[in-house]
Design a protein around this ligand. Structure first.
Ligand SMILES: [Zn+2]
Length: 319
């Protein structure tokens, strides 16, 4: 009789349970402000009770928990469970090395065949612009990535953008969080300063919104729909971003704005030229976000700026 009752006990289909667990994951409370070089996964304690409820729920909870995999070193990717091949959609890697002492170590994505998003957190205290080269192996998995989120690349430059567009040709979303802007008026990477705190974000959805350099180097990404910059800024500049319609600010440094925008004619001409910049073919939206920082906390040695800014690096690279 007991066996009969057990057989008749109603059971939800696994597919429905999976949807419930997925919804539960999405509704978990935030773990507080996101911090660089720390995992943004939900806490394990939120999943553990599910793993104890039933065999099916245990499987589904593990699947949801490992949707994002957090790795502190390339070794963390080598001996993962076989199921990760099916479960993990997002990989979050912490890369603390420096390209001043580059080692031939690859982050091997081989075990993550359904990967859709890669986030890489660099150490802002290190020169690291070349280290993205370590994340494109094997080629077939790097090519299928739809979203790349790079934090704290030390020096925005043609090399970084070229690496991105060559290594990850399938990108739909590119997010770059960095301390410096790469001004396309003077072609120098600088720490941004404004007259007052900028809006939380500036969104361009009908015009390009990208500095010309970025538009040019990202052109090969034919599926790219969204680019999001999060840049650091300080106060003490001369320009406010609160009345942006007649400037369409897209990464110009304060020195250039102060000096060159003083001429209304130049500013109008510059804005008109920005509207005509050729953009990656699928681009729909460019977002600029801002994080306040004291210039003393920006680790890159601003005095050590290469002569000629990013131009020099580009010239050297082309030789
Ligand atoms: Zn400038």
């Amino acid at each position: 009789m007991t066996e009969i009752n057990r057989a008749r006990r109603p059971q939800l289909p696994t597919e429905l349970l999976r949807e419930i667990v997925s919804h539960y994951t999405q509704t978990l409370p935030s773990r507080g402000p996101e911090k660089g070089r720390q995992s943004y996964k939900p806490a394990w304690s939120d999943f553990e009770p599910l793993t104890l409820a039933s065999k099916v729920l245990r499987q589904l909870a593990l699947e949801a928990w490992f949707k994002v995999y957090f790795a502190r070193s390339p070794d963390d990717l080598l001996n993962v469970w076989p199921e990760f091949e099916l479960w993990t959609k997002e990989l979050h890697c912490i890369e603390l090395d420096t390209d001043l002492q580059i080692r031939p170590v690859q982050w091997n994505l081989r075990a993550f065949r359904r990967l859709r998003k890669l986030r890489v957190d660099f150490d802002p205290a290190q020169s690291n612009a070349m280290l993205l080269m370590r994340f494109d192996h094997p080629r077939n998995i790097a090519s299928q990535l739809q979203e790349l989120d790079v934090h704290d690349v030390s020096w925005p430059s043609p090399m970084v953008l070229r690496l991105i567009s060559q290594a990850f040709p399938g990108l739909r979303v590119l997010k770059l969080a960095q301390d410096l802007i790469w001004c396309n008026l003077c072609n120098i990477c600088r720490f941004a300063t404004f007259k007052n705190h900028p809006p939380e974000e500036i969104v361009y959805d009908k015009v390009v919104g990208l500095p010309k350099h970025y538009a040019m180097y990202l052109m090969p990404l034919v599926n790219l729909q969204t680019v999001q910059f999060t840049i650091s800024y300080g106060l003490g500049g001369s320009t406010s971003l609160w009345h942006n319609d007649d400037t369409m600010w897209s990464g110009e440094c304060d020195a250039c704005m102060d000096m060159m925008f003083a001429s209304g004619d130049f500013r109008k001409d510059w804005v008109e030229r920005k509207k005509l910049i050729e953009k990656p073919p699928s681009l729909q939206c460019v977002r600029w976000r801002f994080r306040h920082k004291n210039v003393e906390d920006v680790v890159v040695d601003l005095e050590d700026e290469p002569e000629g800014g990013a131009d020099q690096e580009e010239d050297e690279e082309d030789t």
